[in-house]
Structures are given as structure tokens and as C-alpha cells.
Design a binder for this molecule. Structure first.
Ligand code: HEC
Ligand code: HEC
Length: 435
């Protein structure tokens, strides 16, 4: 192709991009298009965006006591919008409405998860609830080939779809020197093209669209605004009596004057109850125990107590926008989550299987956890918090939602310290490089 033509096509590619994305690099724009491309699923009906939406999300909100309305929030939750709407835990795949096995987590700030590793004491980082993808690029390849998600049969089938798109042909050549049109089934270049695609998607996930750092929590940390009395009490409890920050770290990534991620990227078994609303009563997900890379990284096998039922400590950023909660989506509200941490070992164990719709759930009893014998009994379960403490913690968790300049000045709120369209106090904070 002549250079003139390449330049022209590149121009048209850049022109169709909305203005808000003007800071995206060419590779990140390619990544965005791939992230949104339903043609990369077997039935041309699903993209990454289907389960990790970038649209401002609508969340059921109590507008008057007992009255719920779907209310549009100021930012995306990077989850499946249907799950949030219905409280359903699992997402449908491309094929025959196949149902996944786990609750899709938010992927905002996922780019900060370090490469999966053993730090001498604990497994840290990686992606998925069990950390089986070492980094963001490895992660991006899985959903395309997962039969319960985008369900493409192999990397070649994906590359064959990429070949059909003129823009991809142009940009793969321009960015990676890969001539998509010339690749045939069985060529070594199939893998190269597949890896390049994953690199582009991962680059897109590193952009400010996923890593905004403009929650109330950020503006408070930067000394620009202050919490309400309830939020402040919640913040104190989070770091102290409720012990949340033991795992959901509130320390800046890079010391003071840097944002916190609200996770330490470790894995833990909270003794989360099963979710009987998951159809077909599947075997419980063993978390870290299902990760095939443990022994190789550690040099010796891990005992079941160290890995069984342990799931990734997800970031709590935007947590109010992403119900239901936990790897199996058993909790429908933040109130329930906090009440569980507080009373797991205080209330008796339920004598019959109950789900979250049962009036006794978390009120008169808690069901036995999925992996009861290996659960963490030291850092949660009997926190001694009052009802008001629980409510204050929830108020604090809500400060983790992005785009505070908008939500802090909507629905009757007004914050003169952070007017609409204020820049993030941590704008431009560096996102880790890709391998
Ligand atoms: C059908 C729904 C679905 C689709 C489509 C989908 N995902 Fe996911 N995603 C999930 C679920 C479910 C999990 C958790 C699965 C697990 O832990 O085993 C997940 C986990 C992730 C994670 C891990 C987050 C973390 O911090 O550990 C990332 C990143 C991610 N997805 C990105 C993507 C990208 C990129 C695509 C498109 C290539 C994609 N997803 C397509 C449902 C989906
Ligand atoms: C011992 C470590 C630890 C402590 C302490 C802890 N958490 Fe967690 N948290 C986790 C892990 C691990 C998960 C995911 C567990 C799972 O899905 O099975 C999680 C998940 C969550 C979730 C749901 C995340 C999602 O994406 O669905 C919320 C909300 C949450 N924690 C809030 C809190 C609060 C509030 C506290 C303090 C009362 C707290 N956590 C204390 C480890 C911890």
C-alpha cells in the first residue's frame, strides 16, 4: 500500500473517534475498536464491552424508603449492565445463551494488577478471580476463546475475522508490521497477530477511560474536599475497627500524594456463602486452587489452607456501581456485604440452604461458606460493629465512585470545592507498562 493511502486511512480512523478520546494513541484506538467489536465472537453478537460496559451505568437506587428506580450514574462500572439491573450473578455468552460460571468483576483499574507472582509468603497479582492470567495481555486472549463467552474455536478463527476488517489490516501493518491479509491457517504469524490484538486491547485498558482517579475518595485524599460526618466515620472504621484496609489497601501506590487502589492484589477465602440462584447447582469455584501456575512459581506445592477457596481481592473502586458482589455474586447490596464481614461468625449457621431472597439470610443466620474449613477466621467474621457503623461504612464505600465532579453536583448534592468538570487530582498518574 502506498504511504499516501495509509495516511488517508489513518486520518479517517482518527476522525471518527469521539472528541473525549482525543488523548488515545493509535494503538489504544485500535484497542478500543477491538474491545467493542462483536465480530470477534462466534455469533457476531458479543464483545468485551458486553460484559464490561464503558457506558455510564444505571443502578437500582432507593429514591424514597422502599422505592427503587434505575438511576444513571456518573461513570461506567466496567461490568455487565444487565447483571447490575437484575442482580444476576452470571453473564450470557455468544453461543446459545451459554451462561458463564463467575460474576464478571469490574475491570476499571485492572491495569494496575502486577504480574502474577509468589512474593515469598503470598500469591499476588494476575487477573481473574483465581489469577490464572499472568498479565493484562494474557487475560485479553481468554474471553475470545472461552466457549461460555465469545466462543471462537481458536486463534486462527479470530485472525480470520480480523482480516475482514480494512482498518485492522491497515493498522496491524502500521503498528506491528503484520500483514493480516497474507496470514494463512497454520502460519506462525497467526500467533503473532493474536498477540498483537491482545496488546492493543490491553493498551486500551491502560487509558484514562478505565483509570480516572476522580472519585470523592481521590479528591479527599488530595486535600481538595472533605467527607461528610458519616463518610468520615466510615473511613476511620475501614482503616481501623473494621480492618477492611488490611486487604483493600488505602495507602497510595507511590506513597503520599499518589492514589490508592483499594486492593493489595492478594487472595483470600472469606467463607462466602454459595449462591443457590446460580442455575444447575455447579461445583463451587476453588479460586486459587484452580490456578495451574502455583507450583511452578513457588517451587513447591501449596497446602489447601493456603489456596483453597481463595479469590482475588478486587479493587473497591466504583464498587457501588457493580452489584452483585463476590466471585459468585451472592450478595446483592453493599449493606449485605458489610453485615456479612461484621457478623459471619456471630449469627448461627443456617440449618437449611437459604439464598439471598430468604428473609433469614444474614438476619437470623448465615449459610455455611463454600469452603468453610479453610476460611479466614482472623480478619473478619466478628467485627463488633453497630448498625450505624455498618451504615457509615457503606456511605464511605460510595465515595469510591468515579466522576465525583458530576455526581457530587447532581441529585441535590453540591460540592463547591469540586465543581463540575474539575480535573482528576491524579490526572496523568502513570499506569504500569505492558510486558
Ligand atoms: C460473557 C461475558 C464476558 C465477556 C464477553 C468478557 N468478559 Fe472479561 N470477565 C468475565 C468474567 C465472568 C470474568 C471473571 C472470570 C474468572 O475469574 O474466571 C472476567 C474477567 C475479566 C478480567 C479480569 C479482571 C481482574 O482484575 O482480575 C479482565 C481484565 C477482563 N475480564 C477483560 C475482558 C476483555 C478484554 C474482554 C474481551 C476480549 C472480556 N473481558 C470479555 C466476563 C466476560
Ligand atoms: C482478609 C482480606 C479482606 C478483608 C479484611 C476485607 N476484604 Fe473485602 N474482599 C476480599 C476478597 C478476597 C474479596 C473477594 C472474595 C470472593 O469473591 O470470594 C473481597 C470482596 C469485597 C467486596 C466485593 C468485591 C466485588 O467486586 O464483588 C466488597 C464490597 C468488599 N470486599 C468490601 C470489604 C469491606 C467493606 C471490608 C471491611 C469490612 C472488607 N472488604 C474486608 C478480601 C478482604
Amino acid at each position: 500500500m502506498q504511504h499516501g493511502k495509509i495516511a488517508l486511512l489513518l486520518c479517517s480512523f482518527l476522525l471518527i473517534a469521539p472528541a473525549s478520546a482525543s488523548e488515545l494513541s493509535i494503538e489504544q484506538r485500535l484497542g478500543r475498536q477491538l474491545f467493542n467489536d462483536i465480530n470477534l465472537s462466534i455469533n457476531h453478537n458479543q464483545s468485551c464491552q458486553s460484559c464490561h460496559s464503558l457506558a455510564r451505568i444505571k443502578v437500582p437506587t432507593e429514591v424514597k424508603p422502599g422505592v427503587f428506580q434505575l438511576r444513571q450514574q456518573a461513570s461506567p462500572g466496567f461490568v455487565d449492565t444487565a447483571n447490575v439491573r437484575n442482580g444476576s450473578a452470571l453473564a450470557h455468552g455468544s453461543l446459545n445463551r451459554a451462561l458463564g460460571k463467575l460474576n464478571p468483576p469490574s475491570i476499571g483499574y485492572a491495569a494496575f494488577s502486577p504480574e502474577f507472582h509468589w512474593d515469598g509468603e503470598l500469591f499476588i497479582g494476575g487477573h481473574f478471580w483465581n489469577g490464572r492470567a499472568a498479565n493484562l495481555m494474557e487475560q485479553a486472549k481468554e474471553p475470545l476463546l472461552n466457549p461460555l463467552e465469545m466462543a471462537m474455536p481458536d486463534a486462527w478463527a479470530v485472525v480470520a475475522r480480523l482480516k475482514n476488517n480494512k482498518k485492522y489490516v491497515l493498522l496491524f501493518r502500521y503498528l506491528y508490521g503484520i500483514k493480516l491479509k497474507q496470514i494463512k491457517r497454520g502460519d506462525g504469524e497467526v500467533e503473532d497477530a493474536f498477540n498483537a490484538m491482545a496488546h492493543a486491547i490491553a493498551s486500551f485498558e491502560r487509558t484514562a477511560l478505565f483509570n480516572r482517579f476522580d472519585s470523592k475518595f481521590d479528591y479527599e485524599a488530595a486535600g481538595i474536599t472533605t467527607y461528610s460526618a458519616a463518610e468520615q466515620r466510615g473511613a476511620d472504621l475501614f482503616d481501623d475497627a473494621a480492618q477492611c484496609s488490611l486487604c483493600h489497601s488505602t495507602e497510595g501506590i507511590d506513597g503520599d500524594n499518589s492514589p490508592a487502589l483499594l486492593t493489595d492484589f492478594s487472595y483470600d477465602n472469606l467463607g462466602v456463602p454459595p449462591n443457590p440462584q446460580i442455575p444447575g447447582n455447579p461445583a463451587f469455584d476453588p479460586g486459587l486452587q484452580g490456578n495451574p501456575n502455583l507450583e511452578a512459581l513457588r517451587g513447591e506445592p501449596s497446602s489447601s489452607g493456603e489456596v483453597e477457596g481463595r479469590h482475588k481481592v478486587m479493587s473497591l473502586r466504583n464498587i457501588a456501581l457493580t452489584p452483585p458482589y463476590m466471585h459468585n455474586g451472592v450478595f446483592k447490596t453493599l449493606e449485605e456485604v458489610v453485615h456479612f464481614y461484621n457478623t459471619r461468625d456471630v449469627l448461627p449457621q443456617c440449618s437449611e440452604p437459604v439464598d439471598a431472597t430468604h428473609p433469614g439470610f444474614g438476619q437470623t443466620c448465615w449459610p455455611r461458606g463454600e469452603f468453610h474449613s479453610t476460611r479466614n477466621t482472623e480478619e473478619l467474621g466478628d467485627l463488633g460493629l453497630t448498625q450505624e457503623d455498618e451504615a457509615d461504612l457503606v456511605a464511605y464505600l460510595k465515595t469510591f465512585s468515579d466522576n465525583y465532579p458530576l455526581w457530587g453536583n447532581s441529585y441535590g448534592l453540591k460540592d463547591p470545592h469540586v465543581p463540575k468538570r474539575s480535573p482528576s487530582p491524579f490526572a496523568g498518574f502513570p499506569v504500569p507498562q505492558l510486558p
